[in-house]
Design a protein. Sequence first.
Lengths: 182, 146
Amino acid sequence: MAQPKRFKDGAVDRPVTAREASNLQVNEDMRFQERDWLGQRVGWFALALLLLAACLGLLGSGPLSQAERSDGRGFTIEYDRFVRHGAQTSLVLRAASHAVRGEQARVTVTRQFLATNDLQRSIPEPGAARGRSEEVELAYDTQPGEGLQVRWIVEPDELGRHATTFRLNDGPPVEIAQFTYP
Amino acid sequence: MESVIRAAVVYVVLLVLFRIAGKRSLAEVTSFDLVLLLIISEATQQAMIDNDNSMTNALLLVATLIGMNILLSVATKRWKSFDKLVEDVPLVILKDGAPIRERMRKERVDENDIMEAARATEGLERLDQIKYAILERTGHITIVPK
């Protein structure tokens, strides 16, 4: 049992002896109680860490979750690294004017993305969509000399880490990875 | 299957959280604690139901929660150490009118809390009229008068 603690005013705690506790028929267990207090403090600390991680964006949207990937030729994707199952999130696809040639910008995305996410809305809507074996191609109308900015509202459907590859026209692939929490 | 898992996870997480919060966390329900309870139930409800408003889902959730409760009560009766882990142990916090301050500090109770219980249950007026004050597993303070 822990030593009785002396306080500033000279008072000392008189601990309860085992005999007193048994006379009282109180099911006291100081060994367990001490470990329990320790466990509680550890729990508080873990709780604080969890909340800090959440504020930083490790459990959903937040500063550490925001990410941007580019193909190096003017096509960039803004997304959240950490998303939650059933909670809407958005992706912003941006193409500079020099990256968009012609009057259509074709955005290709791996089919897996549409299988693990519910693409609820695309702003603006694509003019045409075409499915291939592994990919889906969405064609957006553009004005000559202007770039493209598309916002996708998606709802993640499947837990875990998912990698998605995007391409603009015939440009190089851009891979993003997202982790979906329950 | 998903509803059962959801309810079970919520049950276990809430159990752990309230255990971390300590004996006194929701023992004395002040008006704010009541509001807190309502908010907690509202927040967990969303996680358990998840867009499925069917009667089957509701019944499954209730059945899972009650099932977990039965399971827990059976397990705590069978294994004493598990009982302590889940339900905590009582703690003597005052002996012969003298508060055991180190214990009270760790449990975040003070002499006013003890006197409140002493007045409410035994009609006592001073600490020195108390032989033992015990912080029970429920978070309530019980008083043994001299």
